[in-house]
Design a protein around this ligand. Structure first.
Ligand code: FAQ
Length: 342
């Protein structure tokens, strides 16, 4: 399949970290340049030298993020055929397609770091790659579409707006568009819940039940508590992450606590309060054992999500083969034209 890492016709820059012949003597100058970029809070671009650990950490985070968008299509796609009206169906289809687009921007950003999309996808279908814990929970009622939009896309926005300033240029730029689309997603989820909450008593109960079930998993999307987050410190020192997991989680709780009043619903946590001394939102304990179980592949839907992705990947093999054959044909055509012109 197409293995394009550099844009066609552009050789990999020799000082790029993925250039196989990058001379070791560049490292000292490259490191100094990299340190200066980070100190100035400027942007590292694919052509810049970067420490191997920085590159690896970005590939780790971006590939996890891309896979989340791709697997994240499944819980909502589950409701496309059952959406309650044509309008709801077309909105949901557009949203799910947006998530596919987000995955593709992110795979492209990771490719600029020298990792091919094929390699990332192979790791995902082999069950060796991470994706967000949140997508391993089932979507049992229509109200779950509202709760996902409001809470899951809401958490994604809280986490990703700061990533628009991530030090790695292609990642930060991809986040700008992703966040714009996520804002729309969040509003459509909120609007679904608002309508249900003002509907019949059964519809209101269904909305409340969905909020109850998605609340804790959406808080866990921000990652483990700060004292159990091995990557945060270095990631923040490199200006990839701007805020810690707990800091963002607390902001998110504050956002939910205000917006839930407009919905006329409640959050399933009696300990939520704004601490005037610390100026932070506090909340009750979360079940981090459940989080670990989900990350270990033992969540309610892990097996089903992975199996679905595997079969979709296999079913799509002919598309990849056709694209690769077309690509090879174009190269052969170009070569023949160049030969004829010489
Ligand atoms: N699920 O040391 P930290 C979306 C892993 S997109 C699974 O704190 P870090 C849009 C973490 O990878 C949702 N794994 O790690 C949408 C690490 O493992 P590793 C995805 C998790 O990187 C909406 C280990 O735990 N968003 O929702 C999770 O500093 C609706 C230790 O953790 C992003 O990926 C988790 N929740 O901070 C789509 C945003 N949390 O890699 C469809 C970008 C942690 O060492 C429908 N990512 N882990 O093996 C980030 O901001 C960060 O990677 C964090 C984790 C904050 C997720």
């Amino acid at each position: 399949m197409a293995r394009i890492v550099q844009p066609a016709g552009q050789p990999a820059p020799t000082n790029a970290p993925n250039a196989p012949d990058a001379p070791a003597s560049n490292d000292a100058a490259g490191q100094a340049n990299f340190d200066a970029i980070i100190a100035k809070d400027s942007r590292v671009e694919p052509k810049d030298w970067m420490p191997e650990a920085y590159r690896r950490s970005l590939v780790r985070q971006i590939s996890q993020h891309a896979h989340s968008e791709i697997i994240g299509m499944q819980p909502e796609a589950n409701w496309i055929t059952r959406a309650p009206s044509l309008k709801r169906k077309s909105i949901l289809m557009a949203k799910v397609q947006d998530e596919a687009g987000h995955g593709l921007y992110l795979y492209s950003a990771a490719e600029t770091l020298g990792t091919t999309r094929d390699d990332m996808m192979d790791a995902l279908v082999a069950g060796k790659a991470r994706y967000s814990s949140i997508f391993n929970y089932p979507t049992v009622t229509w109200a779950d579409m509202g709760a996902i939009g409001w809470m899951v896309d809401g958490a994604a926005i809280c986490n990703q707006v700061p990533l628009c300033r991530a030090s790695y240029g292609p990642y930060g730029r991809a986040m700008v568009r992703v966040c714009k689309e996520e804002s729309f997603h969040q509003r459509q989820g909120f609007e679904i819940l608002l309508e249900l909450a003002h509907g019949t008593p059964e519809q209101k109960a269904m909305a409340q039940d969905a909020v109850n079930r998605w609340y804790a998993p959406s808080l866990m999307m921000f990652g483990p508590p700060d004292d159990d987050s091995p990557n945060s410190k270095q990631s923040m020192a490199w200006n990839i992450k701007r805020f810690s997991n707990d800091e963002l989680r607390s902001r998110f709780v504050g956002m939910l606590a205000e917006q839930v009043k407009v919905l006329g619903l409640t959050l399933p946590d009696s300990e939520i309060r704004f601490n005037e001394d610390t100026k932070k939102w506090e909340y009750g304990p979360l079940d981090w054992e459940e989080f670990k179980e989900v990350l270990a592949g033992r969540g309610p839907c892990n097996a089903q999500r992975l199996e679905r992705r595997r079969s979709a990947h296999e079913d799509g093999a002919w598309v990849r083969e056709a694209a690769a054959a077309y690509h090879d044909k174009q190269l052969a055509k170009q070569a023949a034209e160049q030969k004829a012109a010489a």
